[in-house]
Design a protein around this ligand. Structure first.
Ligand code: 3PG
Length: 306
């Protein structure tokens, strides 16, 4: 039984060691494909793998079809827009994610990004404090709830909205429910985005929502670049010199945004929300355990393509 870990953005070494212990402890073989430059390398490496662990690596129909004996693929992380679930189902491959395992790392980055922008990207210009400001959390799942709790501890007022949660559930989770997305954007000094990239959400945050934000507001994106309508964002930033955008996933037009809006825009050089040894250990080891549990006991908890 061969378990392939294919990560363009590798896990911390300590997480790989932990994955190895679980995989080899179960009597399986571990193969590593790290920092690969070409998708063809993944296509070729998957050929004789029985199980696959990935991060944001693209598990396309081509990858699935190139595998001769793949039984399970686990996305060590939350968002699974990188998995072709239809191709997995067609080939009888079980697909899973590891929800919540890297959530704290992403939540900490969202808070750090807010403060970084409030302090003008750590330039000497006089900034502002986040205490007393209102944060709106768009999607109150594992990451959103942690952002809310941390923001509250920093003295912020927390509002949230989530299409899968009732107002009562949001209140029970410690936030004030917003009645609509429009209300959330209109009333919050910071909006932190935690929605997945799906056909319904792609391009859904654009000019209309962004220009509803109050004076001096900042949009914080640690989710996916695809959920932002980039042209709409650019137009909003051009019309409203008080608005800011900070993201962990650089938009395609980042160079234009940087040259036109300077320190009002910031993007990390590489998506790094989940890039902590703790998150790598949590998500990587969970993925390895889920594989062993599936192969040995048929456990399908966290299966995405049921
Ligand atoms: C996730 O969906 O879990 C996060 O976006 C982290 O993605 P990464 O594993 O590619 O860093």
């Amino acid at each position: 039984m061969k378990v392939l870990v294919a990560t363009q953005k590798p896990f911390a070494a300590v997480a790989v060691a932990g994955i190895r212990e679980i995989v080899e402890g179960a009597g399986y073989e571990l193969a590593l494909l790290e920092k690969y430059a070409d998708q063809a390398e993944l296509v070729s490496a998957v050929a004789d793998a029985d199980a696959l662990i990935v991060r944001s690596d693209k598990v396309t129909a081509e990858v699935i079809q190139a595998s001769r004996q793949l039984k399970i693929v686990v996305r060590a992380g939350a968002g699974y827009d990188n998995l072709d679930l239809e191709a997995c189902t067609k080939a009888g491959v079980v697909a899973m994610n590891t929800p919540g395992q890297n959530a704290n790392a992403v939540a900490e980055l969202a808070i750090a990004m807010m403060i970084f922008m409030a302090r003008n990207q750590f330039t000497p210009a006089s900034g502002s404090e986040i205490q007393g400001r209102t944060i709106g959390i768009q999607a109150y799942g594992n990451v959103g709830r942690l952002v809310g709790a941390k923001a509250k501890a920093l003295g912020m007022k927390v509002k949230a909205i989530d299409p899968f949660l009732s107002a009562e559930q949001i209140v029970a989770g410690g936030a004030e429910p917003a009645s609509s997305l429009e209300e959330l954007y209109s009333t919050c000094d910071y909006v932190s985005v935690h929605i997945p990239a799906t056909p319904q959400t792609i391009g859904s945050i654009g000019y209309d929502l962004i220009t509803r934000m109050p004076k001096g507001a900042t949009l914080v994106n640690t989710a996916r670049k695809e959920v932002i309508d980039e042209a709409g964002l650019k137009k909003a930033l051009a019309e409203r010199a008080d608005l800011k955008y900070v993201t962990d996933i650089a938009p395609d037009n980042i160079d234009e945004l940087r040259s036109e809006f300077g320190t009002r825009v910031f993007a990390t050089p590489k998506k790094m929300g989940a890039q902590t040894s703790e998150a790598n250990i949590n998500a990587g080891l969970a993925a390895a355990r889920q594989i062993v549990d599936f192969i040995q006991n048929g456990v399908t908890k966290f299966q995405l393509n049921k």
